[in-house]
Design a protein around this ligand. Structure first.
Ligand SMILES: [Zn+2]
Length: 248
C-alpha cells in the first residue's frame, strides 16, 4: 500500500513541477501564473493536454515542439523530475506528516527561486515571504523549535550583512534567503546547508575557471547553490552531522 502512496506522491510532484516551470518564467515578468494556457514560445501554438504531461511529453516529443520543431528547454523536464524526486525524498525521510508537507512547499519555493536567480540574477521578495510563512507554520506545529529557529535566523544573515558592507560578495537576496531558511530549518541545519553550498559553489567556480569560462571576478548566481545546500541539509543534515561527529 505504501508503494502506491509513494507513486502518488511522485506523480503529484511532477505535476506541481510543471506548474513551477510556469512560475519560473512568469513571476519575474509579473504575468499571472494561474491564468493563460501554456504555449510554444516560438510558434505560439497552444499546448494540448497530451503535450503537457510532465517529463513524458518531453521524451515522446524528443525535446522539440510538435508543430514548429523548435527545441524545448531542458529546464521543463529537469524541474518536473527534480520536484517529483524531492517530494519522494521528503516522504521517505519524514513519512506522511505535516512537516513533510511544509518541506515539500519549501522545496518548491527553492526550485522556483533557483530558476529565477539563474535567469535574472535576482530573487523576488515574494519567495522570501513564502519561506517566512512556512517558518511560522512550522513554529505553530512545534513551538519548542522557537529558540533554534531564531538563532538560525541571525546566525548567517548578520555576518553576511556585515561582510556585504565591506565587500560586495553577497547580494541582498542571498542574505534574506539565509535568514528565512535559518528560521525554517534551525541553526544546525542551516549551517550544514551553508557549508555544502559554499563547497559546491567553490568547486563549480574552480571548474569554470579551469575551463576558462569565468575569470576571478565573474559573478554568478549564488541562490541555486544555497538552495541545493539547504535542500540536502533539510533531508539529510542530521545524518551528515552524526556521521561527522562519530569520526571523533
Ligand atoms: Zn512551436
Amino acid at each position: 500500500m505504501d508503494f502506491l502512496w509513494y507513486c502518488y506522491i511522485f506523480l503529484i510532484g511532477s505535476i506541481i513541477g510543471s506548474f513551477l516551470n510556469v512560475c519560473i518564467l512568469r513571476l519575474p515578468t509579473g504575468e499571472s501564473v494561474v491564468t493563460g494556457r501554456s504555449h510554444c514560445p516560438h510558434c505560439n501554438h497552444t499546448l494540448s493536454f497530451a503535450e503537457m504531461i510532465p517529463v513524458l511529453s518531453y521524451l515522446i516529443l524528443r525535446g522539440r515542439c510538435r508543430i514548429c520543431k523548435a527545441p524545448i528547454s531542458i529546464q521543463y523536464p529537469l524541474v518536473e523530475a527534480l520536484t517529483a524526486l524531492l517530494f519522494l525524498g521528503a516522504a521517505l525521510r519524514f513519512g506522511f506528516t505535516p512537516y513533510t508537507l511544509l518541506l515539500c512547499i519549501f522545496f518548491c519555493v527553492l526550485i522556483v527561486l533557483s530558476g529565477i536567480d539563474l535567469r535574472t540574477m535576482e530573487i523576488p521578495d515574494i519567495l522570501h515571504l513564502w519561506i517566512l510563512g512556512l517558518s511560522l507554520a512550522h513554529l505553530l506545529l512545534s513551538p519548542s523549535f522557537f529558540r533554534e529557529g531564531i538563532i538560525g535566523f541571525f546566525l548567517l544573515s548578520v555576518p553576511m550583512l556585515l561582510l556585504s558592507l565591506v565587500t560586495d560578495g553577497f547580494g541582498g537576496g542571498d542574505i534574506k534567503l539565509c535568514a528565512v531558511c535559518g528560521l525554517f530549518l534551525g541553526f544546525r541545519l542551516v549551517l550544514i546547508g551553508f557549508f555544502i553550498s559554499c563547497m559546491t559553489a567553490a568547486a563549480t567556480g574552480l571548474l569554470l575557471m579551469l575551463r576558462k569560462k569565468a575569470g576571478g571576478k565573474t559573478a554568478f548566481a549564488f541562490g541555486p547553490f544555497l538552495s541545493f545546500g539547504f535542500i540536502l541539509s533539510a533531508l539529510w543534515g542530521d545524518v551528515l552531522l552524526n556521521a561527522y561527529l562519530s569520526l571523533f
